[in-house]
Design a protein around this ligand. Structure first.
Ligand code: SF4
Length: 889
């Protein structure tokens, strides 16, 4: 038999900062979109593994939902007309109001080459630093913390340290869900896992020790640890003397934090705290692994430094299996940091000092390098609101969902004189605010580099042609630059030319003073760029193969080469609970979703785990507020409101709730968790305090529910009806995409008038037929011509509505000869736990009842947990729960 030729592409996953290598193979050379995705076995970030999101990447390809051509004032137009309009508007605003009247808001999804030209244009040629990025929302406190301690935004660790560590302390990180491939590496090694988190997350479930500290008390905990290390002679005095400054000041501040006082302040037992302190003190190879739970705080930078202080005090930095490891959320947050994507930084790790401004001006031959930092994300959208910024270009991100006070941000964008959005997705909360829409290429079409959380630069390679009229972001930015008169500086014809310049700038007059240095790649040729292997910066004469760890020589990027201890006085969250808002809301990611679901929301299998915003609440609080499992609830804060479905969980402490960050107004009513958060920020980093939001909770007064299935064309009308509905009967809705259309779920005060709604939606479609069945439990309507147009099933309890997955299949099949068959009852729905192998909670529970008492046994029998492994924590919880209930019996 002839061997088929392998047509493959090695690229990088576009979702998170782990930066997994992905192998693409074409199933059918005649159909470029028919691809198979698997992990790249040779990529050092994942060695062939992918989490459920990466494994479902092929489901997100295709033109459905794509922005395929430019739009101006809501009308389709051509590129030349759209870009002339944008360039004239920018030029006019700059001429009349100065360069600070315009702004760019970028994204950690952009490739480094896109990011580089956007920064060069804004900071070098337009002459303003009003360019910030959504990375401000997730890791700017980590940047500020590293800079204060090391004099550079430089992550000292690498993923191998997770394999080599004997202790990994996860602080404010639910890595089992947010960075699943790294979490599997942690589990595969010998390290003990300590989780510091107010709630019992999936990661906490699998920890050796879980410290459920009071929200926001992390800095006190690490002050207490520093004090303990000093009291019990665990300090590395040689390292402190030779390589650091400021130890005594930091220790003096930490001295007040005795074990007892720290335990009291953090709300954990002194015994548990002592166990952690001793474990840390006695384990040389300790990695502290931290994320948004630390950063998204009004004192996030201090928390970072409190952690780093403990590593400096023990000399645990730059050595195998040890170090303070801030993990990035986005695929190219690190690339953005390299090029100066934040408003307070310049390219190639330069800061706004006269030497650097001069240096950058000479390198770029730039006429007007920005002299001072620009507005960070929160201040930028405030300036849009006040009219100070008159034109803003938002690239590849969705601030109308993700910014704190999201409702206010969306309103400011709607009122702004000019909002330009370049994106690959047509319909988001933010695109709906735009005057100009520009179609951008997406993953699979883009060509360039990204840098992951361990400083590893990997290639994103194209394997699909851009659809419609989509263009690469760097091309769109260069088009604007050329129309503004900067053709010479922006005359790139391929991303390798941008990468070369980026590499050259990193080494320009560097002389070992700036951490980011990839100058050895300055002359990279296109063929070399095409086959570039993943490599960790710095890549220079000293480190020609890259470098796994930084600071192993004890030299830092400060003026005297020593690291700085920072004295930390813990501060309470700026937002505080009160009589009106007595509960704390914590927020974070779900296992199978990413950001605002503009991509993962199209992959049907990824919605099996959770198709609506599920809000966790402790059973005790639930009783107090008359909330049952599955009740639709509303959260209210001083800033806004959010709705979702209650999940009763002992993982939440009484008085604390948890809600996911992903849902938007495009997908559901009142779905944005960010609408609840006040725009209060850390004074050093400008990062908003998302993790501690005071709220109140109430059950929505729903007494009727309806499931609607319809093809795309009817779904569009339904969506418009829902968004314009003044109908007070409607309390909540959300939607789920499925093959051939959508499923909508409605919650109402009173029973739905299905006939009335159907007539509103379909009244103008010729030759429509109706069938209707009513029973005590529910009412059913089906509307069809030669295909199914609308199926409505309504009832008084959402639990009684049929298995929704089965209903969705009606859209894929031919209309039955007797269409009324579609109204026959189907059993109520199932909850999928293992998305990869499609194994439900009921199947797992039944198997446990039949004697499968381990993860391995369940995996062997049902296959659950054997693929990406993201569901293991939930399976273990089921094992424990079923065992406990059996034992009680
Ligand atoms: Fe993608 Fe998952 Fe890897 Fe993150 S962990 S890069 S989402 S496959």
């Amino acid at each position: 038999m002839a061997t088929k030729k392998f047509l493959g592409t090695q690229t990088t996953c576009p979702y998170c900062g782990v930066g997994c290598g992905v192998s693409i193979s074409h199933k059918n050379p005649a159909d470029p979109a028919a691809i198979a995705v698997c992990g790249n076995r040779h990529h050092p970030s994942n060695f062939g593994r992918l989490c459920v999101k990466g494994a479902a990447l092929s489901e997100t390809l295709g033109d459905r939902g794509r922005l395929l051509r430019p739009y101006l004032h809501g009308q389709a137009t051509d590129w030349d007309t759209a870009m002339s309009f944008v360039a004239n508007a920018f030029a006019e605003n700059i001429r009349k109001h100065g360069p600070d009247s315009v702004a760019f808001y970028l994204s950690g999804q952009l490739l480094t080459e896109d990011y580089y030209v956007a920064n060069k244009l804004m900071k070098g040629f337009i002459g303003t630093a009003n360019i910030d990025t959504n990375s401000r929302l997730c890791m700017s406190s980590a940047v500020a913390g590293y800079k204060r301690a090391f004099g550079a935004d430089a992550v000292p660790c690498c993923y191998k340290d997770l394999d080599r560590a004997n202790l990994i302390v996860l602080i404010g990180s639910n890595a089992a869900w947010t960075h699943p491939i790294l979490f599997q590496r942690m589990q595969a090694g010998n390290a003990k896992l300590v989780v510091i988190d107010p709630r019992v997350s999936a990661t906490g479930e699998l920890a050796d020790l879980h410290l459920d500290i009071r929200p926001g008390s992390d800095a006190a905990l690490f002050n207490g640890l520093l004090n303990f290390l000093a009291q019990h002679q665990y300090l590395d005095n040689h390292y402190i003397q030779q390589h650091t400054n400021g130890f005594q000041e930091a220790l003096t501040t930490a001295r007040t934090w005795s074990l007892q006082q720290t335990a009291l302040h953090c709300g954990v037992s002194a015994k548990k705290l002592l166990a952690f302190f001793q474990l840390f003190a006695e384990t040389e190879k300790t990695v502290s692994f931290y994320s948004q739970g630390v950063n998204q705080s009004s004192s996030g930078t201090d928390k970072n430094n409190a952690i780093i202080n403990c590593h400096l005090a023990t000399g645990r930095i730059g050595t195998a299996g040890a170090g303070p490891f801030s993990i990035t959320g986005q695929p190219n947050a690190m690339g953005g940091r390299e090029v100066g994507g934040l408003a307070n930084t310049l390219a190639a790790h330069m800061t706004f000092n006269p030497d650097n401004i001069n240096r950058l001006g000479r390198f770029w031959h730039a006429p007007r390098v920005a002299l001072t930092p620009g507005l960070n994300a929160v201040d930028m959208f405030r300036a849009v609101e006040s009219g100070q910024i008159k034109a803003i270009w938002i690239m590849a991100t969705n601030p109308a969902v993700s910014m704190p006070e999201a409702g206010r941000v969306a309103e400011a964008l709607r009122k702004c004189a000019l909002v330009i959005v370049s994106d690959c997705v047509a319909d988001t909360d933010t695109t709906r605010c735009a005057e100009v829409l520009l179609p951008a290429t997406s993953w699979g079409e883009k060509n360039g580099t990204v840098t992951n959380a361990e400083r590893r630069i990997s290639r994103q390679r194209p394997f699909l042609h851009p659809p419609g009229e989509a263009r690469h972001d760097w091309q769109i930015i260069c088009d604007l630059a050329q129309r503004l008169g900067y053709s010479e500086a922006f005359g790139y014809s391929h991303p390798v030319e941008i990468f070369r310049e980026h590499a050259r700038l990193s080494g320009f007059e560097n002389n070992g003073r700036r951490a980011f240095d990839i100058s050895l790649l300055s002359d990279i040729q296109r063929q070399e760029y095409d086959v570039l292997e993943p490599v960790q910066w710095p890549v220079n004469q000293v480190n020609p193969q890259g470098r796994a760890r930084l600071f192993n020589d004890g030299r830092f990027f400060t003026a005297n080469g020593r690291a700085h201890f920072v004295p930390i006085t813990p501060r309470a969250p700026l937002q505080q609970t009160c009589a009106l808002y007595p509960l704390w809301l914590n927020s974070g990611r779900m296992r199978d979703q990413w950001h605002t679901m503009t991509r993962t929301g199209h992959a049907r299998t990824l919605l099996d785990h959770s198709e609506i915003a599920e809000i966790q609440i402790n059973p005790q609080d639930a009783r107090q507020y008359n909330i049952e499992e599955g009740t639709l609830i509303a959260l209210n804060s001083a800033q806004g409101k959010m709705s979702g479905r209650a999940t009763l969980s002992e993982a939440q402490k009484p008085g604390q709730l948890f809600a996911p960050i992903h849902w938007s107004e495009t997908l559901a009513r009142d779905a944005r968790v960010s609408a609840l958060a006040a725009a209060v920020v850390d004074p050093h980093s400008g990062q908003p305090e998302f993790k501690q939001v005071p709220i109140q909770v109430e059950a929505l007064p729903c007494s009727s529910y309806a499931t609607l299935i319809c093809p795309d064309i009817v779904a569009k009308k339904l969506w418009q009806w829902l968004h314009s509905a003044k109908d007070k009967n409607l309390l909540h809705w959300y939607r789920v995409p499925c093959t051939g259309g959508y499923r909508y779920e409605l919650a109402l005060h009173h029973p739905l008038n299905g006939r009335g709604l159907g007539t509103q939606l379909l009244g103008d479609i010729h030759g429509m037929h109706w069938q209707q069945i009513e029973s005590l439990k529910n009412q059913r309507w089906v509307v069809y011509n030669d295909t199914l147009q609308l199926l409505i099933i309504a009832g008084n309890r959402w639990q009684d509505l049929p298995d929704r997955r089965s209903l969705e299949r009606y859209l894929e099949m031919a209309l039955p000869r007797v269409p009324a068959k579609l109204l026959h009852p189907i059993a109520p729905g199932v909850k999928i736990i293992c998305t990869c192998m499609q194994v439900s909670r009921a199947q797992i529970t039944k198997a446990i009842g039949n004697g499968m008492h381990s993860l391995a046994a369940l995996g062997n029998t049902l296959g659950c947990g054997t693929h990406c492994g993201s569901c293991k924590a939930e399976i273990l919880t089921l094992l424990r729960t079923v065992h406990a209930s059996t034992a009680e019996e």
